[in-house]
Design a protein around this ligand. Structure first.
Ligand SMILES: O=c1ccn([C@@H]2O[C@@H]3COP(=O)(O)O[C@H]3[C@H]2O)c(=O)[nH]1
Ligand SMILES: [Zn+2]
Ligand SMILES: [Zn+2]
Length: 250
């Protein structure tokens, strides 16, 4: 089974020319979404993927550029596709916060029997740091990473060979020792803040300190609108683009 990742968006939270960073893990048998930001439903529409063709959605953390499109997907499955539900893969702690602090405001409707996350999604709770088979041929490990202090956040190992950072601060030890030296990950999709101090995202300056053999595996995503000014200035790393498809190891 050949496995691909197609980027639905590659922009930062405030980018206007690029959609929110999210991706589709694709094969002949599945479409699994990584995050679903406010612009993700539009991107899915542009590549011809309808809500009922999504087999599940993985959630990395709660910011609107990663979960702001969930309400639309769930409501369309319910109302346009007649009571359909997609799977939602996330950790238990994230599930509680996602419903209580994000989705409930728009989706709480007890009169019609919709008062819990489970009323809209088939919720599949995943234990962090445990590789978990979520579909035939697809194993995901939620790695707890630091984005904003005291805020739940996960990066993903896909089939043990591809690393998807979602939103994280720079962590050289994780990238070099764990991801490349120990796990031999060949593909790293990493968020990248192009200028200024990082604070909550890895900056280009920090990522450029990685050894060349690590940089060669890195695709940069979650970048600002001025990305074109940085083409040719990313060492051995490559920008990945909206709707681009890359093959990943099974
Ligand atoms: O402590 C904070 C919290 C948020 N922010 C901004 O809001 C954005 C939310 O989505 P994001 O995580 O992709 O990027 C974040 C930043 O751009 C910030 O700069 N510092
Ligand atoms: Zn983000
Ligand atoms: Zn974030």
């Amino acid at each position: 089974m050949s496995l691909q990742i197609q980027m639905l968006g590659t922009g930062s939270a405030f980018a206007k020319t690029f959609y929110n960073t999210s991706a589709l893990i694709r094969s002949n048998e599945m479409n699994i979404l990584i995050d679903c930001g406010a612009t993700t439903p539009r991107s899915l529409h542009e590549i011809g993927v309808q809500p009922d063709q999504i087999d599940g959605i993985i959630i990395s953390h709660i910011h609107a550029d990663h979960v702001g499109g969930l309400e639309e997907i769930a409501f369309r499955l319910l109302y346009q596709y007649k009571n359909k539900k997609t799977k939602l893969f996330l950790t238990e702690s994230l599930a509680g916060v996602l419903w209580e602090n994000t989705l409930k405001g728009g989706m709480y409707n007890p009169a019609d029997g919709f008062s819990r996350l489970e009323d809209y999604f088939e919720v599949i709770l995943i234990e962090e740091n445990v590789p978990t088979s979520i579909q035939p041929g697809l194993t995901i490990e939620f790695i707890s990473t630091l984005h904003i202090p005291h805020k739940l956040n996960y990066s993903l190992f896909i089939n043990g060979r591809t690393f998807y950072s979602a939103d994280t601060q720079f962590n050289e030890e994780l990238l070099v020792q764990e991801i490349v030296n120990k796990r031999n990950c060949h593909t790293i999709l990493h968020d990248c803040q192009l200028s200024g101090n990082g604070f909550i995202h890895a900056t280009l300056e920090e990522l450029l300190t990685l050894p060349d053999y690590v940089q060669e595996r890195v695709y940069l995503m979650h970048y600002d609108d001025d990305m074109m000014n940085f083409v040719g200035k990313t060492g051995s790393m490559t920008f990945i683009h909206q709707h681009e498809v890359i093959e990943i190891p099974e």
